[in-house]
Design a protein around this ligand. Structure first.
Ligand code: PLP
Length: 396
């Protein structure tokens, strides 16, 4: 099964919130997409870090067929469902977590994590202990709570008032030390690698200090690994590399192989105040999704895959640094790890994105002057090298 979509003309029937290039992808194979004219595009976007296994992956497609044949598609969360229970157990085995809640997207996972953190905050310190703090450069989603935690003025301004009790602070441990009030703050949320904010890797030193600070003040630490989790940085979860343990963690993008799914992972202690009725979702963790997600979890937590991401990521660092040092007037900085890279360029990123597209390479941006590379995790070194070659020409 390849990704066969029907060809449709450009339409104004869709809400105009995305600017899209004119061609349409009708098929995918391996790490390439093909447009209606048969032109191939090497994919350094992977559906924004979703298609970690690329296109037409045999194991993934087998899991989808099994899910159709063997499972109910949906039973609702009113009833038990074995695939979801098994998936939660596997996630608990592989991570810090004792409890898992499934939902349908990244923003929904973060909104739920805010609720769980607030419920716990209230149990610990009363109604005043409800504030959620996010960090400069953060992206946590586009719903009212997550938008309030997202540091993008242009995304926020037209939609005020946003959810209250959520504010943004500098990524600066001294400032956080001075401002985090244990009586009013329930949780701090951070992306170990900020994605939309320009691929900014939070230093291990900062993460360790943030963990220590939040722990010592009785504040929950939520890590948003919706983009950087599930193998992308070379460990199953990115924070493992800093040697810290969060209180809550959210995942989503790649977790069900392109089907919409998210999850909140947390500890028994944080989950304890949540009672039946306190949160819910119609679709989350259904049998079809969970069966597919079990397969994806096995694949993206496989030590061989993680070693491949790590070693090719180390190679990418060198290759990108070389590309940058040969173009000091065009490339200002490269940042990232594993299969997640940002390149600050002097030109508007959208111009290089467009030239790359013409040359048969998909890249996306993360801010006006930052290119973002998120190849499928199965991409070979040879294809990474080919993509970087196209990119170097497009940058000029
Ligand atoms: C994409 C993303 C989200 C939002 O996920 P949606 O599924 O689009 O709601 C939240 N946090 C991070 C870090 C993301 O990359």
């Amino acid at each position: 099964m390849t990704t066969a979509l029907s060809a449709v003309p450009a339409t104004d029937a869709l809400l105009g919130v995305y600017k899209r290039p004119p061609m349409e992808f009708v098929r995918g194979a391996g790490v390439e997409l093909f447009d209606a004219d048969g032109k191939a595009y090497l994919d350094f976007v992977a559906g924004i870090a979703v298609n970690a296994l690329g296109y037409g992956d045999e194991g993934l497609e087998r899991a989808m067929r099994e899910a159709i044949e063997a499972s109910l598609v949906h039973v609702s969360n009113l009833y038990r469902s074995a695939p979801g229970e098994r998936l939660a157990e596997r996630l608990v085995e592989r991570t810090f977590a004792d409890r898992v809640f499934f939902c349908n997207s990244g923003a929904e996972a973060n909104e739920g994590a805010f609720k769980i953190a607030r419920r716990w905050g209230r149990a610990m310190g009363g109604a005043a202990k409800h504030e959620i703090i996010s960090l400069r450069g953060a992206f946590h989603g586009r719903l009212f709570g997550t938008l309030a935690a997202t540091d993008r003025p242009a995304y926020r301004a037209p939609f005020r008032p946003l959810a209250g009790g959520i504010s943004i602070m500098e990524r600066d441990i001294e400032e956080l030390e001075a401002s985090l009030n244990s009586e009013t703050v329930a949780a701090v949320i951070a992306e170990p690698v900020q994605g939309e904010g320009g691929v900014r890797v939070l230093e291990h030193e900062f993460l360790l200090a943030l963990r220590e600070l939040t722990r010592s003040r009785g504040i929950a630490l939520i890590l948003d690994e919706i983009q950087c989790g599930y193998g992308r940085t070379g460990t199953f979860l990115a924070h493992e590399q800093a040697g810290i343990v969060p209180d809550l963690l959210t995942v989503a993008k790649p977790m069900a192989g392109g089907l919409p799914m998210g999850a909140i992972l947390t500890t028994k202690e944080i989950a304890d105040p949540m009672q039946p009725g306190d949160h819910g979702t119609t679709f989350g963790g259904g049998p079809f999704l969970s069966h597919v997600a079990l397969h994806v979890l096995e694949r993206l937590s496989d030590p061989a895959l993680l070693a491949h991401v790590k070693s090719n990521g180390a190679w990418m660092r060198k290759a990108l640094q070389k590309m940058a040092s040969a173009r000091p007037a065009k490339i200002r900085a490269v940042r990232g790890l594993g299969y997640m890279w940002g390149i600050d360029i002097t030109e508007p990123a959208k111009d290089v994105v467009a030239r790359s597209l013409d040359a048969g390479l998909l890249v996306c941006s993360a801010g006006e002057h930052t290119l973002r590379l998120l190849p499928p995790l199965v991409m070979s070194r040879k294809d990474l090298e080919r993509g970087l070659g196209i990119l170097a020409t497009a940058i000029g």
